[in-house]
Design a protein around this ligand. Structure first.
Ligand code: NAI
Length: 414
């Protein structure tokens, strides 16, 4: 029982899964302990995270910890069909196919929920939407779950405020061991790997416009600067804008930046950041890329309406011909470029994020009886445990406060 593109791709997928596994030592430590303790024994878990090699290791870690895991993706374009086949062959039923239509994508999510999970791992909030709104009968055994990304957390908070959240959810995104590294360094590296691989062009000397100076935006700008680009930041938050300015970047509105950019990268979690008013101002051959969770940051419908025609120019690049002869290049259909046109974050980064997922999900299982529907922060002890495991894996040591230092920091006398 599964829904994948081609089971014959399994061997290649397993090779990718094994490669990532070696570089996920913190998750490896947890895997060993949980395999012995079996904290999820007999528990039904649905996981919806970008279906690639690091995610496969998370699914396998849950299975080894005793869970009955069904897995799906969290974006119609980011599924790697070979990894899906590999994970399926390793005993985790997978329901995901790359290039699914919006309806097929939702169908795959629903299939992965059909065994009525007790626990979920969501990335962007699509599982919770199905369980709450369209198929509440599938939530009959639901205890709670974890959410992986900023956009999913926004959606959970909105549901919670409206009294529409059906279970407790752990805010994995806001654990320090997750967003300080995954959103910043993971996105910073993987966005550029994907753009450079997809375009096969230089970054140095180019003008890069980054919308949003949050965790993802900071990583993307930092790496753009390191690659020799001239970087412009657009923001709606005055403090973030000032931070970008003080970090040495030009700050302006998207309208002012539109004629200057060679590469545009959105990382806001918002919608309609690049729209019809900007396309007429852009250079010929400008590149439009999105790193935010949903494909609503670059308005693809506006782009289609503005263009006289469009056609593929290279794998992952669609060229939109403007009436004045310019072509604007949209990468990965406006979906998050590092996953839809790349391999996602490096394994060492996802080692931390998915270690938090494992420990937070166990915390949820052990404490759910006393947790009302709501969004819960990951306890500091879990956060610190993951950071220390990762430091150990990197061969790094840090100092510990002496008793005298602790007293000094908690008192008022010099
Ligand atoms: P964040 O909340 O730290 O940063 C977002 C920034 O965008 C904020 O500073 C906000 O003021 C700014 N912003 C909002 N609307 C804007 C607009 N219309 N124009 C300009 N700036 C605007 O969020 P974070 O963690 O950086 O995440 C951003 C998005 O990236 C989310 O959708 C998140 O789910 C996604 N994400 C993507 C990853 C990937 O692998 N591509 C990894 C992690 C998160």
């Amino acid at each position: 029982m599964s829904f994948i593109k081609d089971p014959s791709l399994a061997a290649h997928g397993i090779q990718k899964i094994e490669w990532a596994r070696q570089f996920m030592p913190a998750l490896g430590e947890i895997r060993k302990v949980f395999a012995a303790e079996q904290p999820f024994k007999g528990r039904k878990v649905t996981l919806s995270v970008h279906m690639e090699a690091k995610t496969a290791n998370l699914a396998l870690a849950l299975k080894e910890a005793g869970a009955d895991v069904w897995a799906t993706g969290c974006n119609p374009s980011s599924t790697q069909d070979d990894v899906a086949a590999g994970l399926d062959a390793l005993g985790v039923p997978v329901f995901a196919v790359c290039g699914a239509s919006p309806q097929q994508y939702t169908d795959h999510l629903r299939m992965a929920l059909e065994f009525c999970p007790e626990l979920i791992i969501d990335d962007g909030g699509d599982l919770i939407t199905i369980l709450s709104d369209t198929d509440p009968q599938l939530a009959k055994d639901l205890i709670g779950g974890c959410e992986e990304t900023t956009t999913g957390i926004h959606r959970l908070h909105a549901r919670s405020a409206a009294g529409a959240l059906i279970c407790p959810m752990m805010n994995v995104n806001d654990a320090k061991s997750k967003h300080y590294y995954d959103n910043k360094y993971g996105t910073g590296q993987s966005v550029w790997t994907a753009i450079m691989q997809t375009t096969n062009l230089t970054v140095q000397g180019k003008c890069v416009v980054v919308a949003g100076y949050g965790y993802c935006g900071k990583g993307i700008t930092m790496r753009a600067k390191g690659l020799g680009a001239n970087v412009i930041v657009t923001e709606i938050d005055p403090f973030k804008a000032l931070e970008a300015y003080n970090d040495g970047f030009r700050v302006m509105t998207m309208k002012d930046a539109a004629p200057l950019g060679d590469y545009f990268i959105t990382a806001t979690g918002c919608r309609d950041v690049i729209t019809a008013e900007h396309f007429p101002l852009m250079k010929d051959n400008a590149f439009l890329c999105n790193a935010g969770h949903f494909n609503v940051e670059v308005s693809v419908s506006d782009l289609e309406a503005a263009a006289v025609s469009h056609s593929p120019r290279r794998d992952g690049i669609e060229g939109y011909k403007m009436p004045d002869g310019r072509t604007l290049n949209l990468l990965a259909e406006g979906r998050l470029v590092n996953l839809a046109a790349g391999n996602g974050h490096p394994a060492e980064i996802m080692d931390m994020s998915f270690s938090v997922q494992m420990l937070a999900l166990r915390y949820m299982l052990e404490n759910s009886a006393s947790m009302a529907p709501g969004v819960y922060e990951v306890p500091d002890s879990i956060d610190a445990q993951v950071a220390l495991m990762r430091l150990r894996a990197a061969g790094l040591s840090i100092d510990a406060l002496t008793k005298e230092q602790q007293e000094y920091l908690s008192g008022w006398e010099v």
